[in-house]
Design a protein around this ligand. Structure first.
Ligand code: PGA
Length: 257
């Protein structure tokens, strides 16, 4: 079964509003000179969501996502942002990013509540999971991923799961320039599919889009996508550089052709 690859860019807190608009403009210009054969998402900070979303056109395969939301729909949560508030501007939203997990002490339950909330509002969640360097060293990767996926599978029904995207991001590879072997990524992707097939069915597992994230560059991306590895990538640092981001998109497309 052929799946459409996905390339998502997480701009984190790297760009001013003005720079975000300039980066978006440059990405659009580069994309307009090529055939786009994958889904592309950019995730700016909240204050830029409206402006960046106004720069996307219906039918053009470049959509906007947010970087996180609060697990509650509304309420007395000073400084937080909910699914309802981002809904006019985004089609996607990252949840469970390791930086948010460590800053806010988010639990798996809260992350899964956020994913459910997003789905209820018609926004596609990109749920991040992954092990720390210490867990990898102590051979606890399988255990960690199994726990995270099983909690997710307890929350989502079959239909919700087919609308969800997972991102495997080994925490030790994020922003470090240290990257896993493709075999290590393939092992985790296969594990996620197996756990999903055991809970639901093989076709649900096959349809699930799983991304790899962590120090992705145009030079290393090809080894992480296609075949037994991932269906796309979640890019941090390189996604704020239009040329690199678009080169990553081209490499992903070549791999899937
Ligand atoms: P990185 O970030 O590409 O800068 O390592 C990835 C991420 O945080 O999703």
């Amino acid at each position: 079964m052929k799946k459409r690859p996905l390339v998502a860019g997480n701009w984190k807190m790297e760009l001013s509003h003005k720079s975000a608009i300039e980066v978006m403009r440059a990405i659009k210009k580069l994309l307009s000179t090529m055939t786009v054969e994958c889904d592309i998402v950019v995730c700016p900070s909240y204050p830029s969501l409206e402006a960046i979303s106004a720069m996307t056109k219906k039918g053009f395969p470049l959509a906007v996502g947010a970087q996180t939301i609060h697990a509650a729909e509304r309420g007395a949560y000073t400084g937080e942002v909910s699914a309802v508030q981002i809904r006019p501007f985004v089609e996607w939203c990252i949840v469970g990013h390791s930086e948010v997990r460590s800053m806010r002490g988010e639990t798996e339950e809260q992350i899964n509540q956020s994913a459910e909330l997003l789905l209820r509002h018609g926004i596609i969640p990109i749920v991040c999971i992954g092990e720390t360097g210490e867990e990898r060293e102590h051979d606890q990767t399988v255990e960690k991923i199994t726990t995270q996926i099983n909690i997710l599978l307890n929350h989502l029904d079959r239909t919700s799961l087919t609308k969800t995207v997972l991102a495997y991001e080994p925490i030790w590879a994020i922003g470090t320039g240290v990257t896993p072997d493709p075999d290590q990524v393939a092992e985790v992707v296969l594990l996620i599919r197996k756990l999903t097939a055991d809970r639901f069915a093989q076709d649900v597992a096959d349809r699930l889009r799983i991304l790899y994230g962590g120090s992705v560059t145009p030079e290393n991306v090809s080894q992480y996508v296609g075949g037994p590895v991932a269906d796309g990538v979640l890019v941090g640092g390189a996604s704020t550089h239009p040329r690199s981001f678009v080169d990553i998109i081209k490499k992903v497309q070549e791999t899937f052709r």
